[in-house]
Every structure is written in C-alpha cells, then in structure tokens.
Design a protein around this ligand. Structure first.
Ligand code: AKG
Ligand code: MN
Length: 209
C-alpha cells in the first residue's frame, strides 16, 4: 500500500491510503471521523433508521437477507438492488450531515445512501459489484463504517487476485473509476463473537435510467 497525502479545502491534510489494486481506484481514510463521532453516529443511526430485513429470491426459494437494511435519499433516487425496488426514506439530520462531509472529501455529489446493519458476525454481504445501471458508468461510492471492525474482501473478476481490508469505525473507503467494473467485494461471516456494525454507502443515482 502506498500512502498519499493530499489537501482538500483550505489547509486541511487528510491521509489517504491508496490500495495497490490494478484496474481500480480505491482510497481508504482511516480517521475520517474521530472515535467519539463514530460512536455517536453509530448509536443515533442504529436507533433512528427504519431498518428492515429484506427477502431475496434465489433458485425459486425465498431467503431472509443476512443483515438489516435501510435506504435514504432524495425523492427521485429510486434504486433496484437484488431484484428489490427501493424507494428512499427522507434524509435524517445525521445522514445528511455525513453525506455533506463525504461530498466534500470526495469532491462528488451523492443523492442517496444504502445503510446496512450487521447485527453480529453471522450477518454478511455476498460477493457483488455496485454496478447497477442507475449508478452510471464509473460510480463514486463513499463507504463509511461505524461500530465493530469487519473485513471487506475484494476479488478481481478476471485474475481472481484478492485483497482484504479491515474497515475500522470512523473510516471512509472511496471506490471509483473502474473499481466496480473489474472487482467484486463482500463482507464474510465471522465465527468469533462480533458486535454490531453499520456501513453507509453514499451513492449518486441517475433518476432517469
Ligand atoms: O458493509 C460494507 O462494508 C459493504 C457494503 C456494500 O458493499 C454495499 O452496501 O453495497
Ligand atoms: Mn457494495
């Protein structure tokens, strides 16, 4: 991994760890939020979002998604995901303020956020790319982690190269460029006891696609 220091805004310096992944543009900011801020947002978001457990249909069978989800955003930011069609809830004050911080950090605009709550180590997310048509060609995805550290597993679609990245509380992972085109990512189950974790992925949904 290579460390880049770069400026954003006036004279503020942010440390970005740029991951050594071919065909990708992935940047990790370990200290995007302070420990206190991360704990505060974890508590408020866990208590205030309208969490629900989706059902997924696979090979004619119905399964419960192994995590809770909630979708917030601007009215027009409708999203289809694993055959689900999600209408966004109206932004909460905390989500809006985190969205603005992510926009500033990424020099990008987001109109929605997918929130995932991993209740314990048995909750997970399967291998996928954030490559739905409504995200556009080379989406910028800002992924903010709160609560317990869980490992994100990247795997290259062609070469099968893999890469593990523990996502700590208060960290921001920014995926952009060709990342979704060439790489899959997943959160694996953990056998040992793990406390709750919330991940927020800020996205821009093109309303007319
Ligand atoms: O929980 C994570 O870090 C990954 C979430 C994710 O990949 C998604 O919401 O698409
Ligand atoms: Mn994803």
């Amino acid at each position: 991994m290579q460390q880049d220091l770069f400026t954003h805004g006036d004279d503020q310096l942010e440390t970005c760890i740029r991951l050594a992944m071919p065909d990708a543009d992935v940047c990790y900011y370990p200290d995007f939020l302070s420990a206190d801020q991360a704990q505060h947002y974890f508590n408020v978001i866990q208590d205030s979002l309208l969490w629900h457990q989706e059902q997924i249909s696979l090979y004619g069978k119905t399964f419960q998604m192994p995590r809770l989800q909630a979708w917030y955003g601007d009215k027009e930011a409708r999203y289809s995901y694993s055959n689900l069609n999600l209408t966004p809830n109206v932004w909460t004050a905390e989500l809006l303020s985190l969205k603005q911080r992510c926009e500033q950090q990424c020099a990008a605009v987001f109109n929605s956020v997918l929130a995932n709550l991993y209740r314990d180590g048995q909750d997970s997310m399967g291998k996928h790319a954030d490559d739905e048509a409504e995200l556009g060609q080379q989406p910028v995805i800002a992924s903010l982690s709160l609560g317990a550290t869980r490992t994100l597993l990247f795997s290259h679609k062609e070469t099968k190269q893999s890469m593990k990245l523990p996502l700590a509380a208060g960290s921001l992972l920014v995926m952009k460029g060709t990342t979704q085109q060439f790489w899959l990512h997943a959160i694996a189950k953990r056998k040992t006891a793990v406390a709750g974790r919330i991940n927020l992925t800020f996205r821009y949904i093109y309303p007319d696609i």
